[in-house]
Design a protein around this ligand. Structure first.
Ligand code: RIB
Length: 306
């Protein structure tokens, strides 16, 4: 690992995505004929790790996969992207899987079956405490047991390491942890769980910041992202217009790229623009980790869209 830069450490989920392409997302009780199927690496944690690593940033992953057919393939895919997998353990039982439907308009619906991700206990985090303390930033999501996320935040708070918490899938959180989060990055439906439905982003961000967060990014897909900081600065960062074919992992791409740009010294609004470019490229490709762009691709895209 590059010793001159403090790594991003992702404490999160690693899934195999089982993706069926379909004309539309079926209604309850409806059967549709699909147009394609892929088995492709995913998991919000692993996706964020790969997004950052593809941009050339040092990244380490803490997590677990199963001793099934998917486990080794998931670890190999992380390593091939440049992620340090020393803290990814194989444990008895199945790996996490995510049956996913992707409709022709790029929208998706996802079910996550945690498998080995459910065995990432607080003790696993404790056993990698030195790695977490060495981080420039720690990235978490909510696909691991909540007590593990809570322990990660407490450990990082004690060590002064900033944490980006992606509250996905949204779940009630202990109030005390908001003060331990540097960046909170919900999408629209996730934000609604914490502030109620239908609030304009400006009001939602204000309410969230009042709970002790240092920064909020409200991810609004094709509309862009609303970035707000505890010091009062706030702005919309519009999305780039592209033809989306698969939005799976786009939010994860944003988070990984946002973390990289922040750690490279960009202000949060410039970092969000960089992340938005990375996410825009990712939705033009199929797959979660398979769609994450390289730095050269993001820089070329930004130059074209200057
Ligand atoms: O955010 C997209 C991811 O959610 C998928 O890769 C799937 O595995 C689930 O974790």
């Amino acid at each position: 690992m590059d010793a001159s830069r403090k790594p991003i450490v992702v404490v999160g989920s690693i899934n195999m995505d089982l993706v069926a392409r379909t004309p539309t997302i079926p209604l309850a009780g409806q059967t549709l004929i699909g147009t394609g199927f892929d088995t492709t690496p995913g998991g919000k944690g692993a996706n964020q790790a790969v997004a950052a690593a593809r941009l050339g940033y040092p990244v380490a992953m803490v997590g677990r996969v199963g001793e099934d057919v998917f486990g080794q393939a998931l670890v190999d895919n992380l390593a091939a992207a440049g992620v340090d997998t020393d803290a990814v353990e194989r444990v008895p039982g199945p790996s996490g899987v995510a049956p996913i439907l992707v409709a022709d308009n790029g929208e998706n619906s996802i079910v996550v079956v945690p498998g080995a991700n459910g065995l990432v206990t607080p003790g696993v985090v404790d056993s990698h405490a030195a790695l977490l303390r060495s981080a420039g930033m720690v990235l978490c999501q909510l696909e691991l047991p909540l007590e593990t996320v809570v322990r990660t935040l407490a450990l990082c708070a004690g060590a002064g390491v900033p944490v980006m918490l992606d509250p996905a899938p949204a779940a009630p959180l202990p109030e005390a942890i908001f003060a331990q989060v540097a960046w909170f990055t919900p999408n629209e439906t996730e934000a609604a769980l914490y502030v109620g439905p239908g609030l304009p982003p400006e009001d939602a961000a204000r309410q969230l910041l009042a709970r002790g967060l240092q920064g909020v990014v409200l991810k609004r897909g094709g509309e862009g992202a609303y970035v707000a900081l505890a010091d009062g600065r706030a702005a919309w960062v519009p999305a780039f217009k592209v033809q989306a074919i698969d939005t799976v992992g786009a939010g994860d791409c944003f988070n990984g790229a946002f973390a990289v740009a922040l750690l490279e010294g960009h202000d949060p609004f410039a970092a969000a623009r960089f992340a938005s470019a990375a996410a825009a490229i990712s939705v033009t490709r199929r797959g979660a980790q398979a769609s994450m762009p390289t730095r050269a691709e993001v820089e070329a895209f930004l130059a074209e869209h200057a």
